[in-house]
Design a protein around this ligand. Structure first.
Ligand code: CUA
Length: 153
């Protein structure tokens, strides 16, 4: 009789444990907020659109161009791009290794790039100039060297 009680207790514990795991996995799955798409960090170079980093004109979308970045310690690919002034650009970025930041000084772009996730942000470059892309998440010894330039002309 005692065995039955212990068995019930054991199963109840197991069910509880599984639901805790399930619930936390569900909430974790929704993190981080700006990154809805997932990607295999080891296959970034062969996964579209990251197989072709840089600016590409797009048709039939709400934005005019997509601007694809691959971050890795301690650089961005591409290092420099030219964007036509007034263009509505969807920035799509991911990281191949650790967490990096993606902040474009003087604009409203400020993203966190997490391994396994794709970060996206759409903005319009209204003013001509050179905009510096910097990493604002500490990612290692070369953190301060990580940068890229967006030239709006
Ligand atoms: Cu990449 Cu700091």
């Amino acid at each position: 009789k005692f065995e039955k009680i212990w068995l019930t207790f054991g199963i109840a514990t197991l069910v509880m444990f599984l639901s805790v795991v399930g619930v936390s996995a569900f909430y974790m799955g929704n993190q981080p907020p700006s990154c809805n798409l997932t990607i295999d960090p080891e296959k970034v170079d062969t996964t579209a659109p990251f197989d072709k980093p840089g600016l590409t004109k797009v048709e039939g979308k709400e934005w005019d161009y997509q601007l694809v970045y691959v971050a890795s310690a301690f650089s961005y690919n591409p290092i420099k791009v030219q964007v036509p002034v007034g263009a509505k650009v969807k920035v799509i970025a991911t990281t191949k290794d650790v967490i990096h930041g993606f902040e474009v000084a003087g604009t409203n772009i400020n993203m966190m790039l997490e391994p396994g996730y794709v970060s996206e942000f759409t903005t319009t470059f209204d003013k001509p100039g050179e905009y510096l892309v910097v990493c604002n998440e500490y990612c290692g010894t070369g953190h301060h060297l990580m940068q890229s330039t967006i030239e709006v002309t």
